[in-house]
Write a protein that binds this ligand. Structure first.
Ligand code: AKB
Length: 317
């Protein structure tokens, strides 16, 4: 049977870039992109799908003979703290619906995005081990930790091939960030390119694990294409790439824009950042399926700025 891909949250920060990457691999007609909102610039097959509704997911899976599901729909950390109960419902009910519909309809593989937010303040701050116990303090982190265990449960109980990554903060030029704590870094690049002063909602020393979009997408595809027997973690894999704080980001941007100014006004998001690791250990992903990042802070900064300059030029043309 031909591979047919369903992606939920296809208009999100990661979802929209992942959709294009999957279209390139499987063909534009073999990727069914879904979301609760439509993006006018989207090219390909799009359907409205509210993933909290089990019947709707089942319908789309059956209608299109779906073989793999990438479940990218979620509310992120900072937005999640504004609406904890809704975040729990959206993040958990949608994933349970995906798992159950996938089990019933014989889906071959499911991808589940987890996050560094699964760790809590008790975890070692540096090089946090993948298997350290999880006591997250945000509802987003709680929902992701629960989701990881559901993924493992469906694998152990039903043999459903669910694979998952704990993403660091994802930085990309393709899409605007939406409600995360690590999103300050994406914004900082936009302000730098526009020649404006950036007010950072984290303090200068708030070091967090981050990853460039290109590496995040490649990691997702490599994990999903790895042979089944290579996948030994069925909760979620740590993937590490770059760790930096706002002051280090400012220094990297200043090499290209020497006049760039960043001022600091930490808000409630600082508390979220304080509960997360500074850096995480990804030895298990490197060993099991060969994960290796390509971009460091300098390479990412050059690439981000190059693309954002082009984007703003096209917008203003
Ligand atoms: C967020 O900041 O909420 C996300 C994440 C680290 O999962 N980018």
């Amino acid at each position: 049977m031909k591979d047919k891909i369903l992606i939920t949250g296809a208009n999100g920060q990661l979802g929209s870039v992942l959709t294009k990457a999957l279209q390139n691999i499987y063909g534009i007609d073999n990727v069914i992109a879904t979301d609760i909102k439509f993006n006018a610039s989207f090219k390909g097959h799009f359907e409205f799908l509210d993933a909290t509704d089990f019947k709707s997911i089942t319908y789309v899976i059956k209608e299109h003979d779906i073989t793999e599901v990438y479940h990218m729909a979620a509310i992120l950390s900072a937005s999640g703290e504004q609406q904890p109960l809704r975040t729990w419902e959206i993040n958990n009910q949608t994933f349970l619906n995906v798992l159950e519909a996938s089990r019933i309809h014989g889906i071959k593989k499911v991808f589940y995005p987890s996050s560094i937010a699964v760790y809590g303040t008790n975890a070692p701050k540096n090089n946090t081990p993948q298997d350290f116990f999880l006591t997250p303090t945000t509802v987003y982190g709680m929902s992701k930790a629960a989701g990881e265990n559901w993924a493992n449960y469906y694998f152990l109980k039903y043999g459903l091939d669910v694979r998952s990554l704990r993403y660091p903060g994802v930085i990309g030029h393709q899409t605007s960030p939406g409600g995360g704590t690590t999103d300050y870094a994406v914004d900082a690049y936009h302000y730098a390119v526009k020649g404006e002063t950036f007010t950072c909602f984290l303090k200068e020393t708030a070091s967090l694990p981050m990853i460039y979009m290109d590496d995040a997408i490649r990691a997702t595809i490599e994990l999903m294409q790895a042979p089944t027997n290579a996948i030994k973690t069925r909760t979620s894999y740590n993937i590490a790439s770059i760790s930096f704080n706002p002051e280090e980001l400012k220094a990297a941007i200043s090499k290209i824009f020497p006049k760039f100014k960043m001022i600091y006004k930490p808000d409630f998001r600082q508390e979220i950042a304080d509960s997360w690791p500074n850096s995480i250990d990804d030895t298990i992903a490197r060993t099991d399926w060969g994960w290796k990042p390509n971009f460091d802070l300098e390479a990412m900064t050059k690439d981000m700025i190059k693309h954002l300059k082009q984007n703003y030029k096209t917008e203003n043309a």
